[in-house]
Design a protein around this ligand. Structure first.
Ligand code: URA
Length: 203
């Protein structure tokens, strides 16, 4: 059994949160075990809860189109969420739910070892770009410990707002170059220089 399949079995038996009892299916994530790019969204919605797969509703179809714009199919990347169970009525994930689910996401990242982690929306952004505002940092990247973190708007938000749609469609076009140049990109400077977010594509 592959490491990911074993992990999915463990995730499926997780009952740490109240919402585990409300789910139809758990949504661990899916994609290539050796993916160079990993996308992290927020939480499963209704469609995802029904199918047990991430990003399969309208936001997912839009994510597929964004991937197609850089000639990628979802099977070539890895797609996960900050939490693996659907919050009722699509409410925001609670801090305890995010904490409870953190080890699962950490293990997914350890197994896949992506070169680039793309955060979709504010919940996954908060993990890698604490204290930052998405309207300021979307489309920028920072490299820490050999991994590039790249912030994007959430596709569900962008789908319904023309200005965000323009931004997300422009931002994803930066990914192929980021991947091609990943090894040459310098590590971020220490946290003392906080605020000097490395911005690879402007200036
Ligand atoms: N929104 C998310 O953040 N994740 C999904 O899987 C679907 C919608």
């Amino acid at each position: 059994m592959s490491a990911l399949t074993e992990l999915y079995r463990e995730i499926a038996s997780c009952q740490k949160c109240e919402i585990a009892r409300l789910r139809t299916r758990v949504v661990p994530g899916e994609g290539a075990e050796n993916a160079a790019i990993m996308f992290i969204g927020e939480a499963p919605g209704w469609h995802e809860d029904q199918q047990g797969r991430p990003f399969v509703g309208p936001a997912g179809q839009y994510l597929d189109r964004l991937l197609a714009s850089i000639k990628l199919k979802r099977e070539q990347v890895y797609i996960a969420n900050v939490i693996k169970c659907r919050p009722p009525n699509n409410r925001d994930p609670l801090p305890t739910e995010i904490d409870n689910c953190r080890p699962w996401l950490d293990r997914q990242i350890e197994i896949i070892r992506p070169k680039i982690i793309v955060t979709l929306g504010r919940y996954s952004m908060a993990r890698y770009f604490p204290g930052k505002s998405i309207s300021k940092i979307h489309g920028t990247a920072v490299k820490r410990d050999g991994v590039i973190y790249f912030a994007m708007y959430h596709p569900a938000a962008a789908l319904h707002q023309q200005s965000l749609k323009r931004d997300i469609e422009a931002d994803i076009l930066k990914l192929p170059r980021l991947l091609a140049e990943a090894s040459q990109i310098p590590e971020a400077r220490p946290q003392s220089e906080e605020g000097k977010q490395l911005n690879l594509f402007e200036g």
